[in-house]
Design a protein around this ligand. Structure first.
Ligand SMILES: *Cc1c(COP(=O)(O)O)cnc(C)c1O
Length: 393
């Protein structure tokens, strides 16, 4: 990419707006074009074959070479990946058709390397927990608390997986401490809830950063995508898996994620401010037994706020004490949509034990009174009024 301006010393918000767009003006463009080509002309048989070999084994497109085929390379997708890598501070990023496809590629890369054992710290997103528990991709999971990571590692451990904040109850995990225990074993942090606005796991020694870009990075509830931000070596491994297993991202989806990044910092901060107001209100409500939110007193036990994560984020979970009370709220909110997913501009509420975390083993599943609320950009007083009405219904 030929730079027309230099973002080397740009602040985070500037990078969010301009990242991987430096060459646009020189192309006579204001926004990236969407390249929908499923195939690309090959200049001649020999260089076409070379490009195929390079891309199918995880390489990146070389200057002047053909992209060959959309399952191997797409410029719109590659552009967005470059933007995400710059926000996470990693060498590269690799995108997928969903967060689960991204996770699957990493797990398959571990299996391929002969390191199929995965040490995973609960709580995790229900789908992550499920795919690890089934072992359907050839991995074997060892569940560990954050303190047990070091003693859970064997010669065949290929990866440590942690989520911070964890889904759905916002536990914060000390990433630097997990990395220290992990030694040579790479640590992957699911950064979906925090986003690079609030936390950049690479700074604490993580090797891989995972995103369900479906959530905050996209931010508008209209695109499914997954990302792994990592070093060049790991990126090549998982691009190789992606080329062969086909979990690619559509260029239109990549365009939407890249556009979403431009407002990511401002959305996350505004949603976080709303979440703080809603969380504090919840702590004053008699029917609410517990509020899970790192921004309320007593919830950030490890003192990681400000140190690892610059703010508490915009997801709030709360325990209504029973399935009936929780279900009653989810069934009666109006402004807040009863739906899975999170991180968009509009607020969503869901009951993890029945939905996202249904496949999780009973002992590790969230208690039946817990609801997870993703706070959007609405006026928090309207969200509070909606919750209050639903609580009384
Ligand atoms: C949604 C989610 C996933 C899965 O991502 P998809 O895009 O739905 O496949 C993984 N991790 C976390 C924390 C999530 O919230």
């Amino acid at each position: 990419m030929s730079d027309t301006h230099d973002l080397t010393h740009a602040g985070f918000d500037t990078l969010a707006v301009h990242g991987a767009r430096e060459d646009l003006a020189s192309l006579g463009l204001h926004v990236p074009s969407i390249d929908l080509s499923s195939t690309s002309p090959l200049p001649d048989v020999e260089s076409g074959g070379d490009s195929y070999e390079n891309l199918a084994t995880g390489g990146t497109l070389e200057e002047g070479h053909s992209a060959v085929y959309q399952r191997l390379w797409n410029p719109t997708v590659a552009r967005m990946e470059e933007a995400v890598a710059s926000l996470e501070g990693t060498e590269q990023a690799v995108s997928f058709g969903s967060g689960m496809a991204a996770l699957s590629a990493v797990l398959l890369a571990c299996v391929q390397e002969g390191k199929p054992n995965i040490v995973a710290v609960r709580p995790l997103y229900g789908g992550t927990d499920h795919v690890l528990a089934t072992g359907m991709l050839g991995t074997k999971v060892t569940w560990a608390t954050a303190d047990e990571v070091g003693t859970s590692i064997t010669d065949e451990t290929g990866l440590i997986i942690v989520e911070s904040p964890g889904n759905p109850t916002l536990e914060l995990v000390d990433i630097a401490d997990v990395v220290r225990q992990a030694g040579d074993v790479p640590v992957m942090v699911d950064n979906t809830f925090a986003t690079p606005v609030l936390q950049r796991p690479l700074e604490f020694g993580a090797t891989l950063v995972m995103h369900s870009a479906t959530k905050y990075l996209g931010g508008h509830g209209d695109v499914l995508a997954g990302l792994i931000a990592t070093n060049a070596e790991w990126a090549a491994k998982i691009r190789g898996v992606r080329a062969l297993t086909g979990g690619i991202l559509h260029p239109l989806s990549a365009y939407l994620i890249h556009r979403g990044l431009q407002t990511l910092p401002i959305r996350v901060r505004a949603q976080q401010a709303g979440a703080q107001v809603v969380a504090e209100w919840l702590t004053t409500q008699e029917g609410v037994e517990k509020v899970y939110y790192p921004g309320v007193e007593g919830d950030d036990q490890a003192g990681l706020l400000g140190r690892q994560m610059s703010g508490p984020g915009a997801i709030v979970a709360f325990d209504m004490g029973s399935y009936e009370e929780a279900a009653n709220i989810a069934n009666h909110t109006k402004l807040i949509t009863h739906a899975v997913s999170l991180g968009g501009v509009d607020s969503l509420i869901q009951h993890p034990a029945s939905l996202t975390h249904r496949p999780v083993a009973p002992g590790a599943r969230p208690v039946p009174g817990v609801l997870r609320l993703s706070v959007g950009l609405e006026d928090p007083k309207d969200l509070i009024a909606d919750l209050e009405r639903a609580m009384q219904a």
